[in-house]
Design a protein around this ligand. Structure first.
Ligand code: ADP
Length: 676
């Protein structure tokens, strides 16, 4: 609704008007509305406005109004030539010089004085029309909103369906690749094996002609085997099922294997020399050795293939993070126009077409390099030679992150609830870590069942997220173990897997069953339902100031620290003995109370340190008192850290408590039932 329209309407059609008269009823002042509605002029007598027949009443009103306050007088006056009824109230000037009138026009008369439909009605009409228009607009917007809402719901459904399809199609692809590779490889291997048998003449001699024919069969089968292997490897990489199996190895060992493997490919005579020399200093890698070997084999094979005469050399350059392995040949080289295309699938430079090849070696190598977190660089000059360089991180990025996660997992964080994640895929562990840690949980990763069993003996997790298909094993037995042991049966087990075996999982006691890919929110919602367990890190606060204890309580809200409070030094020492907290926060200035007797922070510390049960408990001093050097020194010997009450932030408090626990080598999130 436009506010100018409203104010115009109010201004125009308010029923109130005011005027002032002198003692003889001559109008000396009137407001705008009196002018507009009644058309009164200054100097005009009020009595002149009277309707025919109402003159007397108006005369009496004017006379009395000069003397006394009047109220509720209905007076009929003329507005132009139309009679209008005013309901009037008046007040005399105190010095008797006149009176003021406040009048209200009867509503039915308002239309008349505003000029019938051409005035107020038109505006009221306009207002009504405006309101109707806005009503319609509102309906339309409402409709639109509900439509887009429906759209969003549908989109959501579609996305969910797509996600499901994607999961299934990834599964189908991986099954296809696995099956097809079997279907392809078996007959090829039969042909290779049988032709070799024939060539070996195990079942009788071959004629020279037959030998030639069988050799052709064999070499055709070898070519086919190469092509099928490359194609299947590529399909594997593209379907995302290729996994990285990292191990630690020295590059010198890998080179030794490569030398043995590639020797047969070096042409006889000294037409081409192959040198694969290990670097002088040992270069250790932690990545997928098989894949590094596959890439280098491809590059060296190409070097040998495309070098008619000269040499092929392998050189290594390593920095602390990265290793560069170059395969340098003095062969035919690649024309600048072909260079950008050599990584395309099936692309072969025209100059290379007379040689055997599939055009898949380089694209495959590049994908493998990417899987290892690296790349392949190429430089080449036609007729001079080429240099292909594999650049990869020395430690595979996923190894590093999983290592970090494991490291963090080893350092139990008492402010977070641990969640045991049994999962062999590094990427998935990484994903869990990312969103579970954001939600305040600590991921304890286990990559095998043996790992999981060992960790479960140490940690009492809030939940177990369990993958069923692990590398070379399934976790059904582990699930049933967890659910049948009294010590662990209450831990919720959330099964997340690619196999649709919900019935079996539930029968063995799974609390949830979800198919991959996992909906993160669903997991978080489920974790939130799990009640926070007691038996987490206990923190004892000894402070006589109730407000200070309240502040600490609030600071630790929402963490899994369990807070115990003591208002006096004596209570604190007793509670520390009975409850065995993992850390004590101690106020420096403890008030003297009649029952407690005098006990300073030093007394409390002395008492704690003299009792073997409380001696190892780390103490954090919380003080609003500016400590002197001597006090600081004395405290530094017996306490973990000193915090000032003024700048105590939540992060700092939690951090200090964690530090204190860490320094004391305490793993507070341990399960007494498991003796951890
Ligand atoms: P293939 O060697 O089976 O043809 P690749 O994908 O390994 O397939 O290589 C693609 C093309 O790149 C080759 O056909 C060739 O033209 C070119 N190429 C690769 N390596 C070299 C090299 N060392 N020297 C010259 N050309 C090369």
């Amino acid at each position: 609704m436009s506010s100018p329209l409203v104010s115009r309407l109010v201004e125009r059609h308010s029923r109130e008007l005011a005027l002032a008269c002198d003692a003889s009823a001559v109008i000396t002042w009137r407001d705008d509305r009196a002018l507009r509605v009644l058309g009164v002029r200054l100097g005009q007598r009020l009595t002149e406005l009277a309707c025919p027949g109402a003159e007397e009443k108006l005369g009496i009103f004017c006379e009395r109004a000069a003397r006394e306050p009047l109220e509720g007088w209905e007076l009929c006056v003329l507005a132009g030539d139309r009679p209008v009824t005013l309901v009037c109230a008046s007040a005399p000037e105190p010095d008797g010089t006149g009176f003021a009138v406040l009048a209200s026009v009867l509503p039915e008369d308002l239309v008349a004085v505003s000029g019938s439909t051409s005035g107020a009605l038109r505006e009221v009409d306009a207002l009504n029309r405006e309101l109707a228009r806005q009503g319609r607009e509102l309906l339309r917007v409402n409709h639109e909103l509900s439509e887009s809402n429906r759209g969003i719901v549908q989109l959501h459904d579609e996305l969910a369906q797509r996600a499901e399809e994607a999961a299934t199609s990834a599964e189908v692809k991986s099954r296809l690749v696995a099956n097809v590779s079997h279907e392809f490889r078996t007959p090829i291997h039969s042909i290779l094996g049988l032709s070799q048998l024939l060539l070996d003449e195990t079942d009788g001699p071959l004629s020279e002609e037959q030998r030639t024919q069988v050799r052709f069969v064999r070499s055709a089968a070898e070519e086919l085997a190469l092509l099928v292997n490359d194609m299947l490897d590529l399909a594997r990489l593209e379907s995302g099922i290729a996994s990285v199996r990292a191990s630690k190895f020295a590059i010198a060992d890998l080179f030794e294997t490569l030398r043995g493997m590639l020797r047969p490919l070096v042409p006889e005579g000294d037409r081409v020399q192959l040198s694969i020399d290990a670097p002088r200093d040992e270069v250790l890698l932690e990545t997928d050795r098989g894949k590094v070997a596959q890439i280098l084999r491809n590059l060296i094979t190409n070097g040998l293939k495309y070098t008619e005469r000269g040499d092929v050399r392998v050189a290594v350059a390593a920095s602390s993070n990265e290793v560069r392995v170059s395969v340098i040949d003095t062969g035919m080289g690649i024309a600048p126009a072909d260079l950008p295309r050599v990584f395309e699938e099936f692309y072969r430079a025209p100059a290379a077409l007379h040689l055997r090849g599939t055009g898949l070696g380089l694209p495959l190598s590049r994908k493998l390099a990417e899987l290892l977190g690296g790349a392949i660089e190429v430089e080449s000059e036609l007729g001079k030679g080429s240099r292909f360089t594999l650049v990869i991180p020395r430690v595979h990025p996923e190894v590093r992150t999983v290592e970090e996660i494991r490291e963090r997992g080893r350092q139990r964080d008492p402010s977070r609830q641990p969640v045991l994640v049994v999962e062999d895929d590094r990427k998935t562990i990484f994903v869990y870590e990312r969103y579970l840690s954001l939600a305040g949980y600590q991921v304890i990763p286990a990559r095998s069942i043996a790992d999981a069993r060992a960790l479960l003996a140490e940690v009492n997790p809030a939940a177990i997220v369990l993958d069923i298909m692990l590398e070379g094993e399934t976790s059904w037995e582990f699930l049933s173990e967890v659910k049948s042991s009294p010590a662990t049966r209450d831990i919720p087990v959330l099964v997340v897997t690619v196999m649709n075996r919900e019935q079996k999982a539930r029968a063995l006691g799974a609390d949830e069953f979800w198919l991959k890919p996992l909906d993160q929110d669903r997991l978080l919602r489920r974790l939130e339902q799990i009640p926070k367990r007691a038996g987490q890190a206990k923190v004892l606060v000894i402070d006589d100031d109730e407000r200070a204890r309240y502040v600490v309580r609030r600071l630790l809200d929402g963490t899994s620290f369990q807070l115990i409070e003591a208002a006096t030094g004596h209570d604190g020492v007793r509670l520390a003995h009975d409850q065995q907290p993992q850390v004590i926060i101690l106020d420096f200035l403890l008030e003297e109370t009649p029952s407690a007797g005098r006990m300073t922070a030093f007394d409390v510390i002395d008492a704690l340190k003299s009792d073997p049960r409380t001696r190892p408990i780390p103490v954090v001093i919380l003080s609003s008192h500016a400590l002197g050097d001597a006090e600081r020194q004395r405290l530094a010997q017996t306490t973990e850290s000193i915090l000032s009450k003024e700048n105590l932030s939540r992060e700092l408090a939690i951090q200090r408590i964690r530090d204190a626990l860490h320094k004391a080598g305490i793993h507070p999130v341990s399960n007494p039932g498991h003796g951890g």
